[in-house]
Design a protein around this ligand. Structure first.
Ligand SMILES: Cc1cc2nc3c(=O)[nH]c(=O)nc-3n(C[C@H](O)[C@H](O)[C@H](O)COP(=O)(O)OP(=O)(O)OC[C@H]3O[C@@H](n4cnc5c(N)ncnc54)[C@H](O)[C@@H]3O)c2cc1C
Length: 593
């Protein structure tokens, strides 16, 4: 399937909505507009010409495991070599370990392109960046010196080993052991399942970050430590040395992302080193998980963009029936299906969810960058709080949206979407996992309510609501948009108070409101961002921009979103106000007769 990176839309966000140049200046990274645009153009070429052509075959060929070695689909090794040699791997890495220090606000566009071009390919490198972050923040100097430079360059890749057969969401149940040795290392023993990129042939070494228990560890999540366990133990000169006692026991056969190796990893007394303090592993892992959750959100966004591109091209070409108002193209046997209101409903739903989410990705990326790179400690803390609130939204809303947009893509193609030929069904299968891993979307919603909303009594959420209410005041002239957006923002404030009151009275309400309140919040947040986009579009049109069609499309899209998508918030509100008792009242025995 062809993939053409949506560069114009990305530049709109970067330069016109979020002023990336000022952002870079604040971060002191020396990047300017010309460099950023040049890098993204080259990224578009690499993902469109090198990666996207591999995606279909990777689905058909899959991965194979023989004698403990995984072979990836044809072309992945060569494409990964380019990924490393051309510096894509090191884009966000810390500069003191050879990275280029690009901010997330820029890099998230490249990562979206990678996800769109081939999610399976991206999975092999996606967790390395999180591993770099965790090691950089929590690792000892010795570990950093031995492993970071190679990980940052991409010559070595990273994994995240949490899940065990009996411990999925509930990590308190994990059993993998780490026994201290006289030389300061640990012997790691246990079995992990579902490990993405646990074994493969693309990088020279694989560095596993493994959650395990020390012998005297307290029970539950307070007794979990983080261990670095490499496939090959690094030599003093930084080359891969002795083979460690770990093997890939099996690979999973799954619904989608068939080109990505999902491995059972057996650690048989493997040598590892602790990262951070004993029993503080979960806190260290959270550094990695926040990045990973943001990345998974981008997976949903990338796949959604690809589904939209396919659906739009098809809707312009497929001739079926005449327009309701009479033939639109009388010289043809029928009109292209894009003339039909229902097809336009599907395309505009795709477009506005995708572009709205892309704005939210940039908004969240800005906070992530400031959290790590603002010169002022207070500003770093404030940005960290804002990012933490947004992460579960980005992870779960984008991935639910990705699945919906892929499904709409299938619908636009009709029966041709359901057969393999056009690639739409692959997008639906590939995107389904994104709602599950890195914490299911149900767990993201619990995190949103329990840790983020209840954690500060709703203060951060109110700050976001105030920010967008302020925007409504600024953009009063766009009255057909400002009116409904302001009304929703005010309703969101009231609903926030109502939710906080309910969860304080009854703990069952936490789980009962969580998904609907997260969805409600997401739709209103996107409305605020669409208003921002409309404000900028109107300004550009008033200034006589030569790109009038681009800005007019933004205004049309904003209107569609506010009138036809935002009303979904109402049903989420009503559902959550339906309360917990109707979920919990029925005895378990009555679920089936
Ligand atoms: C292709 C693939 C790749 C993966 N990659 C990795 C990886 O690289 N590293 C890794 O460590 N893991 C990985 N995983 C594992 C993944 O993160 C887990 O599958 C996921 O976290 C859910 O755990 P589980 O499958 O055991 O489901 P369970 O935890 O058994 O959950 C089952 C259902 O119950 C719900 N549920 C559970 N607890 C609660 C609760 N308290 N409240 C409300 N609902 C609840 C869940 O939302 C879900 O709907 C991968 C999985 C797959 C399929």
């Amino acid at each position: 399937m062809n993939y053409v990176a949506p560069l114009r839309d990305m530049r709109f966000n970067l330069h016109e909505l979020f002023d990336v140049s000022a952002h870079c200046e604040r971060l002191g990274n020396g990047l300017d507009r010309e460099l950023i645009d040049g890098v993204l153009e080259e990224a578009a070429r690499y993902t469109g010409e090198v990666i996207a052509p591999l995606n279909r075959n990777s689905d058909e060929q899959g991965v194979t495991l023989e004698n403990g070695e995984v072979t990836t689909p044809e072309g992945f090794v060569e494409a990964y070599r380019q990924y490393v040699d051309n510096g894509w791997a090191s884009m966000t890495g810390p500069t003191e370990y050879g990275g280029q220090g690009f901010p997330q606000m820029v890099a998230c566009n490249f990562h979206e392109m990678l996800m769109a071009a081939s999610l399976s390919f991206r999975i092999y490198s996606g967790l390395t960046e999180g591993a770099v972050l965790a090691l950089y923040k929590h690792g000892s100097d010795a570990l950093k010196n031995a492993y970071l430079e190679k990980l940052v360059s991409g010559r070595w890749s990273g994994t995240m080993c949490l899940t065990e057969p009996q411990a999925g969401t509930d990590l308190a149940l994990l059993r993998t052991k780490a026994e201290p040795q006289a030389d300061g290392s640990y012997r790691v023993t246990g079995s992990k399942i579902f490990i993405s990129g646990g074994e493969h042939d693309m990088s020279e070494n694989i560095v596993h970050l493994v959650l395990a228990r020390l012998p005297d560890a307290p029970a539950g999540v307070k007794g979990i430590s983080l261990l670095l366990v490499p496939k090959f133990i690094a030599n003093a000169d930084g080359t891969p040395g002795e083979r460690n006692a770990l093997t890939c026991g099996a690979i999973e056969h799954k619904m989608g992302i068939k080109g990505a190796a999902t491995c059972v990893m057996n650690f048989d007394g493997a040598t590892g080193w602790i990262v951070g303090e004993p029993n503080q592993g979960l806190a260290c892992m959270f550094t990695m998980m926040n990045d990973a959750r943001f990345q998974v959100g981008l997976q949903g966004l990338g796949i959604a963009e690809q589904a939209y591109q396919g659906a739009l091209a098809y809707a312009r070409e497929r001739l079926q029936s005449r327009a309701l108002t009479g033939a639109a193209q009388p010289d043809k046997p029928a009109d292209p299906i894009i003339v039909h209101p229902d097809v336009r409903r599907m395309l505009l739903t795709q477009k506005t969810l995708v572009e709205g989410s892309r704005m939210l990705a940039a908004y969240c990326a800005r906070e992530l960058d400031l959290e790590h790179g603002h010169p002022d400690a207070g500003a770093r803390k404030a940005a960290g709080k804002r990012a933490a609130l947004l992460i579960p939204i980005v992870k779960s809303f984008f991935t639910d949206m990705g699945q919906e947009v892929a499904s709409l893509g299938v619908q636009v193609y009709g029966g041709h979407g359901y057969i393999r030929e056009w690639g739409m069904e692959q997008l639906m299968r590939d995107s389904r996992i994104t709602q599950l891993y890195e914490g299911t979307n149900g767990i993201q919603a619990l995190d949103y309510i329990r840790r983020k909303l209840m954690g500060d009594g709703g203060a951060e959420l109110r700050a976001i609501q105030d920010e967008f209410l302020g925007l409504c005041d600024e953009l009063g002239a766009l009255s057909d948009l400002v009116g409904p957006v302001r009304a929703r923002l005010n309703q969101w404030r009231e609903l926030t108070d109502e939710v906080l009151a309910r969860v304080a009275q009854d703990p069952q309400e936490i789980g009962a409101v969580s998904v609907d309140f997260l969805q409600y919040s997401s739709y209103v947040l996107l409305a605020g961002l669409w208003l921002k986009a409309a404000g900028r579009a109107r300004q550009a049109l008033e200034a006589g921009s030569e790109e009038a069609p681009f800005y007019e499309a933004k205004l049309h899209s904003a209107r569609f979103y506010v009138r036809r998508v935002l009303p979904r918030a109402s049903s989420h509100r009503e559902a959550l106000l339906g309360g917990a008792d109707c979920l919990m009242a029925m005895p378990e025995a009555q679920f089936a007769f």
